[in-house]
Ligand binder design. Structure first.
Ligand code: UDP
Length: 240
């Protein structure tokens, strides 16, 4: 019995670290599979799904440059890392019978499709999941910005940001302060002025300027993603 979804097309952003399980680094296939199952359960509701996966479980440009590597080279390595994560997710989804495309912002035609907006939209209409890889294709950005950019381009109704170990946005770090309060709803302006840790500022600006809601929810809550699509669960909604 499939509940009706409240959204038709969404962007799911997860960090690369969400795929590493307890390993502390890299890809943990059972964890990738668990997340793929959550994604499939939303796909089964008829929701069109875009995904952006970070690369921090493999490589981050900033940490490379902090160790002396030239920044843009390090950032390109970070973008490559997101392609590996995207391929792992594609493999897990397709093993479950869900058709999906990896679409790269940096051309690597043997591995992934190049990004062509109309083509990606067509995949979504055909209920194929689109995993947007290689971030924005530009150094000095993050995959949060890529998620906001592609969500706007694909006319997603919201960005869903899945987090591990936290069920939304708090006024202070809930791991350090027992009296931290979770927001049910908060504006992008408040996120910026109160410097709440959600996404980087360029991603927030893109989402805010285009009135794209952001839903921060617990990715490690089984059935959580689907629950929110069906109108249940705890999360924080960021609005324009
Ligand atoms: N990156 C980039 N441009 C982009 C997206 C990502 O240069 O448009 C690089 C950047 O070096 C970043 C790395 O890719 O550190 C991995 O992405 P991110 O840090 O966003 O991954 P997450 O923290 O979500 O796992």
């Amino acid at each position: 019995d499939t509940p009706t979804a409240t959204f038709n097309r969404v962007m799911l952003k997860i960090s690369g670290e969400a795929l590493m399980g307890d390993q502390g680094f890299g890809l943990h296939p059972p964890t990738v599979e668990r997340i793929a199952r959550e994604v499939k359960s939303v796909h089964d509701m008829g929701v069109e799904i875009c995904m952006v996966i970070g690369g921090g479980n493999i490589f981050r440009g900033l940490s490379g440059s902090a160790q002396g590597m030239e920044r843009t080279t390090a950032d390109y390595m970070g973008m490559m890392a997101t392609v590996m994560n995207a391929l792992a997710m594609q493999s897990a989804l397709e093993a479950m019978g869900v058709f999906c495309r990896v679409i790269s912002a940096i051309r690597m035609d043997e591995v992934a499709e190049p990004y062509i907006r109309r083509r990606a939209v067509r995949h979504l209409e055909k209920k194929r999941i689109c995993i947007f890889a290689a971030g924005t294709g530009n150094p000095y950005f993050t995959t949060d910005t890529a998620a906001a950019l592609r969500a706007n381009e694909m006319a997603c109704e919201a960005i869903f940001m899945g987090k591990n170990g936290v069920d939304g946005i708090y006024d202070k770090d809930p791991q350090k302060h027992a009296d931290a309060k979770r927001y049910d709803s908060v504006s992008y302006d408040e996120v910026l002025t109160k410097n709440l840790k959600v996404m980087d500022a360029s991603a927030i600006a893109l989402a805010r300027d285009n009135k794209l809601p952001l839903i921060v929810f617990p990715l490690d809550e089984p059935g959580g993603f689907r629950g929110i699509l069906a109108g249940k669960g705890t999360y924080t909604r960021v609005h324009g």
